[in-house]
Design a protein. Structure first.
Length: 322
């Protein structure tokens, strides 16, 4: 079997086989070893196809792995790992998996050339039906933290909405998910049913409030667990969050895993390990129906638009007078 290396958690949301089956890869990228990462991606995609997954979702930087401080060595490696250097691999190894077991698309994130010696951090869907690296088919990460600013260029106003038979999916990359205005655009303007969040979200960061005897060394991991349910609930969207797990091969920085599926209620339906590679599969999700059920209780979009109005031709909102 293709998945011998990985533990697999497989659940069914319902008996309706017309619902979405999603596979989420809570996996580790080896740095620097793009060939090992390619092998991992293929094996995981094969495992998902064998189990009837419709969309296979991989973490941010799944092909290259994350940056590190040795700028010259890092740049040389990343130049070898950009997506444009591996189109033949996608064509020969990944695209033939489409249609097997019902596999409709493979969601990847990796670097692509942005010109002037910089990269875009790009998410895209290999589904056999589009030029997946065309500007209109990619989501280029908008908000760039730390070392990423040294190497990548912001997508600025970028968004990607994927129309599927299961619903409308929007995309974010890691840090982007913390910005409420972007989430509001996807939910209120684009009317997305789900957000696909691809991340290399770290675990460790200290926060201490000594006077109240509150301290954590795992602030980032705790933020992951609080922000995702809040964003899902307040925008009434699904979140399919796929995070890297394990230690960076050069820096030792640890990624917190915890990939999972959050319903439009904000409740987590299934979540992966914090420490080891694991594949999550949830079958027969009623993407649109679950949103409708939440909106029957409180329809945040309707209530929001009663108080806020669109700003002209922009995608922003302002309070209505009177």
């Amino acid at each position: 079997m293709a998945a011998e290396r990985f533990s697999i958690i497989e659940r069914s949301y319902s008996d309706d086989e017309d619902g979405l089956s999603v596979g989420i890869a809570n996996i580790h990228a080896t740095v620097p070893d793009v060939e090992a990462n390619k092998e991992t991606i293929v094996r995981v995609a094969q495992a998902f196809a064998e189990r009837g997954v419709d969309y296979a979702v991989f973490p941010e930087f799944c092909l290259s792995g994350y940056f590190w401080d040795d700028a010259e060595r890092c740049r040389e490696y990343m130049d070898s790992a950009v997506t444009e250097e591996h189109l033949g691999w996608i064509e020969s190894e990944l695209e033939p998996l489409l249609g097997k077991g019902g596999l409709e698309g493979i969601v990847l994130n990796n670097l692509r050339h942005a010109g002037a010696g910089r990269y875009y951090n790009s998410s895209f869907v290999v589904d056999g039906g589009r030029d997946y690296l065309a500007d209109e088919s990619t989501y280029d990460k908008v908000f760039l933290p730390g070392i990423e600013r040294e190497h990548t260029t912001s997508g600025r106003d970028d968004r990607l909405v994927l129309e599927t038979r299961h619903g409308r999916f929007g995309f974010t990359s890691c840090y982007d998910y913390l910005f409420g205005a972007l989430m509001r655009e996807y939910a209120m303007v684009d009317e997305c049913d789900a957000i696909i969040q691809l991340a290399s979200w770290r675990a460790e960061a200290d926060r201490e409030y000594a006077g109240l005897n509150v301290r954590t060394p795992h602030y980032y991991a705790e933020l992951w667990d609080t922000v995702i349910p809040a964003v899902s609930a307040t925008n009434q969207v699904w979140t399919f969050a796929c995070n890297a797990v394990g230690e960076h091969g050069i820096t030792g920085a640890r990624f917190c895993g915890g990939s999972g599926v959050w319903a439009p209620s904000g409740l987590c339906l299934l979540q992966a390990s914090r420490t080891h590679e694991e594949l999550l599969i949830v079958h027969n999700l009623d993407v649109a129906g679950a949103r409708d059920a939440e909106q029957d209780d409180f329809d945040y979009a309707v209530d929001f638009k009663e108080i806020y109005r669109p700003l002209g031709e922009s995608r922003g909102f302002s309070r209505q007078a009177g």
